[in-house]
Design a protein around this ligand. Structure first.
Ligand SMILES: Cc1cc2nc3c(=O)[nH]c(=O)nc-3n(C[C@H](O)[C@H](O)[C@H](O)COP(=O)(O)OP(=O)(O)OC[C@H]3O[C@@H](n4cnc5c(N)ncnc54)[C@H](O)[C@@H]3O)c2cc1C
Length: 415
């Protein structure tokens, strides 16, 4: 693709597969997928002194994780029907400060964890009613959300247009910077002795109806436990699981002293605007049912820029630094799928939809508990795979020799 002189089509890239990947003969825990979720779990397990190997078919974070904005927004992102997910989101928000502190300490890197809150705004009269409706829903489920008049909202963010006539301030919704988080996770995981095999596709290896390791083009790695954290590709990584890719286009602008910027995340009906400490302003994100089509489209970019300009006129002067697409791993109920699969020793952690960053700490804690204590307690216990009947069989599209061999035992395990 060809872009304007200083514009890229990825915001960041982390890691590089070096030559032919070396596959260890065995490991205690094999994780398929080196995204935010796989690496967060790997890091927590490595902290416990376990022998972990993460298999990533490209480079770490190349899936959804480097495409994200990094909002930790339990209140702002509350969707109709999402009320049942609130205890999980709140638990993860509670865990975030400790997760951030330990990640920064283990990696020696900053993740730009900012506790500035999120400001939702209504532009024009029509949007006010819908914002009020959202505020009522937030209050009903006990989320922190404070109603603001236009002048109060604009006092928080003086760069906003006068057409901002109401707002909700969510003081407990924070943000991190995804490329920094991914760099820190990779670094912390490796520093604690975790093994990372990049440039290596992997699938679970089954024998006798249980997972016994992973199969890769370079050979088999035996493992006591196999965890699939393949994001939107989880189905292709061997699990017939109701997760689909939900495309999102985003772009990065650069604020300067002349343009000014924002002090916190601003959320409108059309876009969110997330200022990072290095002066980047992320404008995100479209929601498109397009399968794995990664095209950056004029319509997508137009919607983002139009939405941003309606709220913050100074974006007109900001250079465009990067434009990209990503695929959210979205389940049938928009909630994550965590834990056992119905096949012995085969676990899953995926389906984090728009909230992978928000939910990374609670997900990592739940899988750590499952692997070390054989149980999941707290709100994560309600997000097991058992709520979807379809997960219990392997997909026929991805059958390998070892899978076909075990088809009947898998059915038995599913009962
Ligand atoms: C535009 C956009 C904006 C977002 N904004 C936010 C936000 O503000 N806040 C928030 O909380 N969340 C946000 N999200 C969601 C968040 O990014 C995801 O929920 C999260 O990154 C999912 O992480 P993951 O590790 O499950 O998936 P991924 O990051 O996709 O990682 C899965 C990895 O598995 C690898 N893989 C797959 N199959 C195999 C295989 N067979 N062998 C080896 N490797 C394999 C892939 O290459 C990939 O690297 C956003 C997402 C998008 C797209």
């Amino acid at each position: 693709m060809r872009g304007p002189p200083h514009t890229t089509f990825r915001r960041a890239e982390i890691g590089s597969p070096a030559g032919v990947p070396v596959i260890p003969a065995q490991t205690d825990i094999a994780i398929i997928g080196g995204g935010l979720i796989g690496l967060s779990i790997g890091w927590r397990l490595a902290r416990r002194g376990l022998d972990v190997t993460v298999f990533e078919r490209g480079t770490t974070g190349q899936g959804a994780s480097l495409a994200a904005t990094g909002m930790l927004a339990a209140a702002a992102e509350l969707e109709p029907g999402g009320e049942e997910h609130v205890p999980l989101s709140l638990e993860s928000q509670r865990l975030w400060p400790g997760f951030a502190r330990e990640l920064e300490a283990d990696s020696g890197l900053s993740i730009d964890y900012r506790s500035d809150g999120v400001l939702l705004v209504a532009l024009g009269r029509e949007e006010v009613e819908r914002l009020r409706f959202r505020h009522e829903a937030q209050k009903r489920v006990g989320l922190s959300a404070q109603w603001l008049g236009g002048p109060e909202a604009r006092a928080l963010e003086p760069g906003l247009r006068p057409s901002v006539i109401a707002g909700i301030f969510c003081p407990d919704d924070h943000q991190v910077d995804p490329p920094r988080v991914m760099a820190a996770l990779r670094q912390a995981y490796l520093a604690l002795g975790g093994h990372l095999v990049e440039g290596c596709e992997a699938e679970p290896e089954l024998a006798g109806g249980r997972a016994v390791g992973v199969v890769t083009p370079g050979g088999v790695c035996k493992a006591r436990v196999v965890l699939v954290a393949g994001g939107a590709w989880t189905k292709l990584a061997g699990l017939d699981i109701p997760v689909r890719p939900l495309k999102g286009q985003s772009l990065a602008l650069r604020s300067t002293p002349e343009t000014g910027g924002l002090s916190r995340v601003v959320w409108t009906e059309q876009v969110h605007l997330a200022p990072k400490s290095d002066g980047t302003l992320i404008v995100g994100a479209t929601m498109e049912e397009r399968g794995f089509d990664d095209t950056v489209t004029a319509g997508g970019v137009y919607a983002l820029l139009d939405g941003a300009r309606r709220a913050l006129p100074s974006i007109e002067e900001m250079p465009v630094e990067a434009i990209w697409t990503g695929f959210r791993p979205t389940s049938l109920d928009d909630a994550p799928i965590l834990g056992e699969t119905g096949i012995a020793n085969l676990l899953v952690a995926t389906g984090h939809h728009r909230n992978g960053y928000l939910l990374a700490p609670v997900t990592a804690a739940a899988l750590e508990e499952l692997i070390t204590d054989n149980r999941i307690t707290g709100p994560a216990a309600h997000f097991g795979a058992a709520r979807f009947a379809a997960i219990k069989a392997f997909s026929s599209e991805v059958e390998t020799g070892s899978r076909q061999e075990n088809a009947s035992t898998q059915e038995e395990a599913a009962e």
